[in-house]
Design a protein around this ligand. Structure first.
Ligand code: ATP
Length: 238
């Protein structure tokens, strides 16, 4: 569903993404790890068409995102670190609005069923977003992805600042979406959640993909060791 080929991005001659090659198939959850400035957000912003590549290509469902920007967006849902929702609208109203933008006119029953599927507690459906925790807002984001019937989910540090229960719930929701065939690419610093939820894990440094694993082939400790050595950081013995 996501195919990135030799994707390169330079800002004023400075390389941010260097010949990246990466694939995420249907039902896979690919977690992209890397220090600040490694190129994770640049990768996601390129897939979203927010920025143009210097060279290379990115395909969503076999369509080039830079040539077919409008079509590829139909398949995509995006949840950034802080999801922008309308604070003065309720959860149902936000879902109605954002699914409407995606071309879906849904009944109240359908909107409710998507919020339920996203795990939002029912007594919050008619509440304004202002009072929502980050975890609750992320669930509205998942409901939007479900309502839109997104085939590809792009996530940029979605679990940062979530408490362990909310982060665990979020991981469960990603797993449910992958069971439906959704391909997920998630940039994160959360090695633990990456190991828990990912089918595939990549480690980036200086705009390059340095390591790539099938998540079940590596232990959490092994992942941490590899991550630190990729960063040229010596593990501290406690
Ligand atoms: P973080 O974990 O901090 O979010 P990241 O892995 O997402 O980091 P990017 O935000 O993709 O990293 O940044 C990759 C490189 O590109 C960095 O060197 C960054 O300074 C540079 N960069 C990103 N956006 C711009 C921009 N708009 N203009 C100039 N340089 C940029």
């Amino acid at each position: 569903m996501i195919t990135i080929q030799n994707l390169t991005k330079k800002y004023n001659g400075q390389i941010a993404l260097d010949q990246l090659n990466l694939k995420v198939n249907k039902g896979e959850i690919y977690c992209l790890l890397g220090a600040n400035g490694a190129g994770k957000t640049t990768t996601i912003n390129l897939l979203l068409g927010f920025i143009e590549p210097t060279s290379g290509s990115a395909l969503i469902n076999n369509l080039n995102v830079f040539e077919k920007a409008k079509e590829t967006k139909k398949f995509l849902a995006y949840i950034p670190e802080n999801l922008m929702l309308y604070p003065s609208l309720t959860a149902i109203e936000n879902l109605d609005y954002f699914s409407g933008i995606a071309g879906k006119r849904l009944s109240k029953e359908s909107l409710i069923s998507f919020l339920k599927e996203a795990g939002l507690q029912e007594n919050a459906f008619e509440n304004r977003i202002t009072a929502f925790s980050k975890g609750m807002r992320q669930k509205v984001g998942i409901a939007i992805a479900l309502a839109k019937d997104a085939r590809v989910l792009l996530l940029d540090e979605p679990t940062s600042g979530l408490d362990p229960k909310a982060s665990n719930e979020f991981g469960q929701l990603l797993h449910n979406l992958s069971q439906k065939g959704v391909a997920t690419l998630m940039a994160t610093h959360d090695l633990f959640r990456a190991k828990e939820v990912a089918t595939h894990i990549g480690i980036m440094k200086d705009g390059q993909l340095k390591e790539e694993f099938i998540a079940s082939d590596i232990s959490l400790h092994g992942l941490e060791k590899t991550y630190l050595s990729t960063m040229n950081y010596k593990e501290v013995e406690l």
